[in-house]
Design a protein around this ligand. Structure first.
Ligand code: NKO
Length: 206
């Protein structure tokens, strides 16, 4: 039990590393918490126009989610579903409430994707494809994230041949992550409803 708690804490610390802020600093860009949506995430870093910085942010934030879950499985082979699900949620919470940024973090989309990669690669592919389709059609990153977050637990349940309840921990973890992701996007939801959300590809809403 103490070991599981240590792995959960480790996952939280790994999830806390804010790649949007780190990458921006390393590349001499403004702190993403000072412009646009003020969100330390890949979408907001893209608002600088620097696609490389945005891609590195996405990669780093996803990699840490993957790494936290992978490391727990590596350090505790045969880890039970419950503790592993807790590790997944902890990495996600690290990104949302990072100890390194005074607990003011991001929205968790990229980190959730990394967690999905570690859990079930096909689930990550299906969820990322969902994000991409919505993003291409509507050009709202936030809307794409919300739709993807809704469908990830659905895919998980159906992808397990509806037998997910035999091992419900990870399904519940994905639902918790999805709900938190919506909660963190509440300002985006307001802007989407009002028609004032900014679109991907810069520029103003037409
Ligand atoms: O600045 O408030 P903003 O407009 O930036 O940003 C809103 C945006 C914040 O998220 C990001 C990360 C962008 C990542 C893009 C690729 C994501 C692909 C897959 C999504 C998987 C989702 C989650 C599953 C949850 C269970 O939203």
């Amino acid at each position: 039990l103490a070991f599981s708690a240590a792995l959960i804490l480790l996952a939280y610390l790994i999830g806390s590393v804010p790649f949007a802020v780190v990458v921006s600093k390393l590349m001499g860009l403004q702190d993403p918490r000072s412009y646009g949506s003020k969100n330390p995430g890949a979408t907001n870093v893209l608002r600088t126009g620097n696609k490389t910085a945005a891609a590195l942010t996405l990669l780093g934030d996803a990699a840490k989610g993957w790494f936290a879950v992978w490391l727990a499985q590596r350090l505790a082979p045969g880890i039970a579903p419950g503790p592993l699900a807790a590790v997944a949620v902890a990495a996600f919470l690290g990104h949302l409430y990072p100890i390194f940024l005074g607990f003011k973090g991001g929205k968790g989309v990229a980190t959730a994707l990394g967690v999905l990669v570690a859990i079930q690669p096909w689930l990550a592919v299906a969820t990322a494809a969902t994000w991409l389709i919505i993003a291409v059609f509507f050009r709202y990153s936030s809307l794409a994230s919300l739709v993807a977050a809704f469908f990830a637990p659905v895919y998980y349940v159906f992808g397990s041949g509806l037998a997910w309840y035999a091992q419900p921990a990870m399904g519940i973890a994905l639902a918790i992550i999805g709900v938190l992701l919506f909660y963190r996007h509440r300002a985006n939801i307001t802007r989407l409803v009002q028609g004032t959300e900014s679109r991907i590809g810069g520029g103003k809403k037409k």
